[in-house]
Design a protein around this ligand. Structure first.
Ligand code: SF4
Length: 435
């Protein structure tokens, strides 16, 4: 076997002659394991610093939010639950009135709130509480100081990342119109990561750049026919459609995960804005080299190992691309809740043929396939991780990926590290057991 050293400017295999774009997709419908869309409030409320998220739901919803928030962050009073009592289920009119009373009380007490999201839940949907109407009436009452919007975070038939998509999509129709030529970054990234992305774009000479969601209501964010937008998360299908309805144009690209994904994403933006290739290489050269080194270090434990994705976060396809192409892993099955080729088509082009591509889920059948495949690493939701660990499989909770900074060059090593840690831990456990 001969070994060909790769030239330093070509660190990755070229796009496969045959990627997965046309691979037949296994589609199954049945019981599925999901985590509800209310979860997004945990990261969205940190991003939008003058927003409040009021979940219109049951005590179950309040508990879910509290336990998710308790685990992930310190309590901050910028989200809450308007509890629908059992009596509300009978008297819809009373529930509407009660909700408006709660909102008026909240907004009178809290002058810092500039955007209020009424977040629908399973119970509010079951009783068909009209949150759009409530938001409209309350918006008229509190305009221009407060903007009241609504979206659904309900857990029925959704995945936990859909909450962010629904929230951002709800904001789009309310944005002012602009004719200005601009780049819009779409997706709620941790501030430090967003700042890195903005610095890179600035160094490339690309601007003006806006971000959805903006940190504050009065950020000047607007949209129109000369807006081009780049998504930083692959789960924003609804937001993508809402922006296109406003005349904005999507820049299709791989997502900025890993060195390769980040470079391809930046390259797509740079091409659109006419950045000269020599300048692009000069700006990205050093961070690319740093990212490559960091990934190589963290990927030691991953090379040659197999990975199986259950559908959960909608990040599965870009992550499979990163793990196979930059970390030397082999993907056995890549399951995703939805496969929207307009968003992940370029990712599928890069992902080499081989793994089963699955959309949707029949969890029992998929568990059978996973057990038969015995992957070295299984990426899945919280509900499946414990039973699979008990069966001796190393798992990674997909939800951690949205709570950890993983995008762009400086986080590429951490992203690989998130996957290598469970494998290292399992090796240690096996060593201890053998002693
Ligand atoms: S929205 Fe539905 S799934 Fe989510 S916590 Fe409330 S009841 Fe449960």
């Amino acid at each position: 076997m001969t070994h060909h050293a790769r030239p330093p400017d070509r660190p990755h295999p070229p796009a496969q002659a045959r990627g997965c774009r046309d691979t037949p997709i296994l589609k199954q419908r049945g019981q599925h394991e999901v985590f509800c869309g209310l979860t997004g409030i945990i990261w969205l409320h940190r991003k939008m610093q003058d927003a409040f998220f009021l979940v219109v739901g049951s005590r179950t919803c309040a508990h879910l939010l509290q336990s998710a928030a308790g685990v992930m962050i310190f309590a901050e009073p910028r989200f809450g639950t308007a509890i629908l009592e059992e009596g509300d289920l009978a008297g819809l009119k009373d529930a509407q009135d009660e909700l408006e009373r709660v909102v008026v009380d909240l907004l009178t007490r809290r002058a810092d709130i500039r955007q209020l999201f009424l977040v629908g839940s399973c119970p509010s949907e079951v009783i068909k509480l009209d949150l759009a109407r409530a938001a409209e009436r309350l918006s008229a009452k509190f305009a221009p100081k407060v903007r009241v919007l609504n979206y659904s975070g309900s857990g029925i038939e959704t995945t936990f990342t859909e909450g962010e998509d629904a929230c951002l999509a709800a904001m789009v129709p309310a944005l002012p119109e602009t004719d200005a030529r601009q780049l819009l970054l779409v997706g709620a990234l941790p501030d430090v990561v967003e700042d890195q992305a903005l610095d890179l774009l600035k160094a490339l000479g690309i601007g003006p750049v806006s971000v959805l969601p903006a940190r504050h209501l009065e950020s000047g964010l607007a949209v129109g026919p000369n807006t081009v937008f780049a998504l930083t998360q692959p789960f924003l299908g609804g937001t993508h459609a809402a922006l296109e309805r406003r005349g904005a144009r999507h820049l299709s690209a791989p997502f900025p995960f890993g060195e390769e994904g980040t470079t391809a994403w930046l390259q797509a933006v740079a091409r659109e804005f006419g950045v000269d290739q020599a300048h692009f290489d000069a700006v990205t050269g050093a961070p690319r080299a740093r990212a490559r080194r960091a990934v190589a270090k963290a990927a030691d434990a991953l090379r040659g190992k197999s990975v199986f994705f259950f559908p959960d976060s909608q990040l599965e396809i870009p992550l499979a691309r990163f793990l196979t192409r930059e970390c030397g892993m082999q993907a056995l099955e890549v399951g995703a809740p939805f496969i929207h080729k307009g968003l992940v088509g370029e990712e599928l082009d890069l992902l080499a043929e081989g793994p089963t591509l699955a959309e949707g889920q029949d969890v029992e059948l998929q568990l059978d396939r996973c057990r038969a495949a015995r992957p070295d690493l299984t990426v899945c939701g919280l509900g499946l991780a414990n039973p699979l660990e008990a069966e001796g499989l190393a798992t990674k909770w997909a939800i951690e990926l949205v709570f950890t900074p993983v995008h762009f060059y400086e986080q590429a090593g951490d992203l690989a590290g998130l996957f290598s840690r469970p494998l290292r831990r399992r090796n240690l456990l096996q060593l201890e057991a053998a002693e």
